[in-house]
Design a binder for this molecule. Structure first.
Ligand code: NAD
Length: 401
């Protein structure tokens, strides 16, 4: 079987690495630089080892390409392209649309087309299938299925092999073929009754996290006003053996999924005339955490940050990854600058970001820890500044949420 995987980012390259142990895989990406690197055996994705890609290239089972015609003859095509929000925070399906165009223009035989990109219920049935049919020169009998991706970058205990994978085809035959494909590298496949259930389950998983993170962030503010420790209170609540799940307060949410996916659910809810008030409120609370944190820091420092040197420590959106997409560190830095602080940032894992390179951990009036990577020396952080505010709850001896 020949497999084409459209998009060679976090999701697409991870799948390519697993699938190329069993099939001939063509990794299609419209970024020619990434394609060149991959064909030289260099992975640009944390969690996908370069040695794995080099081995797959050498075996002849994996090749990357930015030439759409190379997907011709594929038996299975997996779509793994970004699904961001527009500037009005609405679903942006432009990348999926472009992937459908590549499929329609280059497949001359029928294939199983699986969408792994996160999107709202109805995307495979009402958007991808009709679009490919409309754009194809000849009518082919493609099968369509959804299998939302659950990869958690940087995580090693749960991966493609042992994380249960949801799937559903538009027809029983599509479901059967989808199961056959994934069962070569995934141990636990869970079929659901329709693609819409699989699409909605993915959105609800991330909405559950978004809402609970917002809830604990609001609770951190309430705890501070009450003069009690949010962390001690959460530990206390967590001694209950049932009916409670601990989430930790933070500077907000980041990454490609949690700040974005719930708005896809809110979009379809609005289209059906159903309010999605929890999602909207959770967005507000999480997006306002950076302002709350900077206000706390200013209050502890004589009420003004004007002219003070502030070092922001950890700009990735979570520990031990270099991913800065939607990172709350950006909002923290913006707010500090707006209040007149002189800001630099230190992140040995990210290294360079927004055209700047990480500063060495140095002396400043104030240090704010947004993300605490294992590679950051905690004692050095505590000694770097007379005032250290830790948003993570993992730096004993610092002020914090
Ligand atoms: N990153 C995660 O942790 C994660 C987890 C679960 C689901 N998802 C979902 O998976 C999808 C992909 O996310 P990602 O993190 O892999 O994105 P990414 O930005 O890491 O990678 C996407 C890749 O697609 C390429 N691309 C864009 N348009 C293309 C096109 N028309 N043709 C070919 N290549 C194209 C880009 O160059 C990029 O390399 C999104 O819907 C996302 O929400 C991501």
């Amino acid at each position: 079987m020949k497999i084409a995987i459209i998009g060679q980012g976090y999701v697409g390259l991870t799948i390519s690495a697993f699938a190329s142990a069993h099939f001939k895989v063509l990794g299609f990406d419209n970024n020619a630089k990434i394609v060149d690197q991959l064909n030289s055996g260099i992975s640009h994705i944390e969690g996908v080892d370069s040695s794995l890609i080099a081995k797959a290239v050498a075996s002849g089972n994996y090749r990357a390409s930015s030439n759409g015609s190379d997907i011709a003859g594929s038996d299975v095509v997996v779509i793994a392209v970004p699904t961001p929000l527009t500037k009005y925070r609405k679903p942006d399906l432009a990348y999926i649309e472009a992937a459908c165009t590549t499929i329609a223009e280059n497949l001359s035989g029928s294939a199983l087309i699986i969408n792994e990109s996160t999107s709202f219920p109805g995307t495979i049935r009402n958007f991808i299938k009709p679009l490919i049919e409309k754009l194809s020169a000849q009518q082919l009998d493609h099968m369509y299925a959804i299998s939302p991706e659950r990869v958690d970058p940087g995580r090693t205990d749960w991966d493609q092999k042992n994380t249960p994978r949801l799937y559903s085809g538009l027809t029983p035959e599509a479901s059967k073929k989808t199961r056959e494909f994934y069962s070569t590298f995934c141990d636990n496949l869970v079929e659901v009754s329709s693609p819409e259930v699989a699409e909605a389950a993915k959105l609800f998983e991330n909405t559950f996290r978004q809402v609970n993170i917002a809830l604990v962030n609001e609770f951190a503010q309430i705890s501070h006003a009450l003069g009690i420790s949010v962390h001690e209170t959460l530990e206390a609540a967590n001694t209950k053996p049932y009916g409670f799940m601990k989430f930790n307060p933070s500077a907000g949410v980041g990454g490609h999924c949690i700040p974005v996916d719930p708005s896809y659910l809110a979009h379809v809810a609005a289209a059906k005339g159903v309010p999605a008030t929890f999602i909207e409120r959770a967005n507000e609370v999480n997006l306002e955490m950076p302002k709350y944190i900077v206000a706390r820091v200013a209050a502890d420092n004589g009420g003004t940050l004007s002219g003070k040197s502030v070092q922001v420590i950890g700009v990735a959106y979570k520990p031990n990854v270099a991913d800065t997409r939607e990172t709350p560190a950006e909002l923290v830095i913006d707010e500090l600058k707006r209040q007149g602080a002189k800001v630099n940032w230190h992140d040995p894992v990210v290294g360079s970001w927004q055209g700047e390179t990480s500063s060495a951990l140095g002396a400043s009036d104030i240090a704010i820890v947004v993300t605490l990577h294992d590679a950051i020396d905690k004692q050095a952080v505590l000694h770097s500044s007379p005032y250290v505010f830790d948003t993570t709850g993992n730096l004993k001896g610092a002020k914090g949420l």
